[in-house]
Design a protein around this ligand. Sequence first.
Ligand code: G3P
Length: 218
Amino acid sequence: MKFFVDTADTAEIKALAASGLLDGVTTNPSLIAKSGRKITEVIAEICGIVEGPVSAEVAGTEYDQIMREAAVLRAIAPNVCVKLPLTPDGLRACKTLTGEGTQTNVTLCFSAAQALIAAKAGATFISPFVGRLDDIGQDGMELIADIVEIYDNYPALTTEVLVASVRNPIHVIAAAKIGAHVATLPPAVLRMLYHHPLTDKGLAAFLKDWAGTGQTIA
Ligand code: G3P
């Protein structure tokens, strides 16, 4: 399973890239707003840190405007993945951009039907939002299972399932068990994956015993 980080905070991205766990980055207009920076600058900086796909989202909703914005975003770096809304104009742009060799991430997916048409439009990634579905009392992970099953039925569909709106490690493990290709994680959730109290307790005991030996290894 690939891990992307869902943030536009370049200090966080640098720190997480050093962990060796990062396969890409996703951003959205809210995360860019939170960074307080110009989208083209922040995406260029992120693309310099991470080799994998860096999702940069258009703000236009009408085809011609989406295509103008996509042209600006994809010119930033070869690893920019243009993020598009799951609307008729967004999917039309997806088809065009995919045909031109640009990576695409279709976002704000909340149903299997939406995921199917995004795949037919040639999306590189589909982003179903599990946390936001859970928030309204629907089972976000059931949607992931449905999409993976549907895509598996049609090997010609090459779209990867990018689990988004991830809120905790339980989401990550459930998505991995289903076989989703990618999870995009807020930095805090990515860090949570390391933790287990028995690891901390065991390490403390080992270090205490080791100190008692008076030895050093290097
Ligand atoms: O970028 C898409 C997504 O991961 C948003 O997550 O937490 O705002 O629902 P959230």
